[in-house]
Design a binder for this molecule. Structure first.
Ligand code: MN
Length: 134
């Protein structure tokens, strides 16, 4: 069994999913990719990751809705979720935080800032910071 932290990347854009996967694997993370909400839910039944990167626009479900679902289930409520989106408006960031996300990464991603956000999210005790849906 590897001790590398596992990250679930929920992203339907294959090019972006590949980019994120490449960056994360090069920096010592294991990655599972899910292309829609149904696959993401199935992946969580299989293995619980240390972090979820959540694209907010998915083919079958809104990423914020999916975030609220994961945050409402005891098994997955503790997993930090970072929103991944092209939306840069402050309003959207607020919505992501309210849904239970503990961080926010804008696409196109900035390599260094992205890795810092990921490391910070994995390091925190998520229950204290972002486990509560307001
Ligand atoms: Mn998308």
């Amino acid at each position: 069994m590897s001790q590398l932290p596992l990250i679930l990347v929920v992203e339907d854009n294959q090019r972006n999913a590949r980019l994120v996967t490449t960056i994360l694997q090069a920096n010592g993370y294991q990655v599972t990719v899910a292309g829609d909400g149904q696959s993401a839910t199935a992946a969580l039944r299989d293995t619980l990751p240390q972090l979820i990167l959540m694209d907010l626009q998915l083919p079958d479900v809104d990423g914020l809705t999916l975030t609220r679902q994961f945050k409402s289930v005891p098994e997955t409520a503790h997993i930090p979720i970072i929103a991944l989106t092209a939306h840069v408006l402050e309003e959207h960031q607020t919505q992501a935080i309210e849904a239970g996300c503990c961080g926010f990464v804008s696409k196109p991603i900035s390599y260094k800032a992205f890795l810092q956000t990921v490391a910070d999210a994995i390091a925190i005790e998520c229950g204290d910071v972002c486990g509560t849906v307001s």
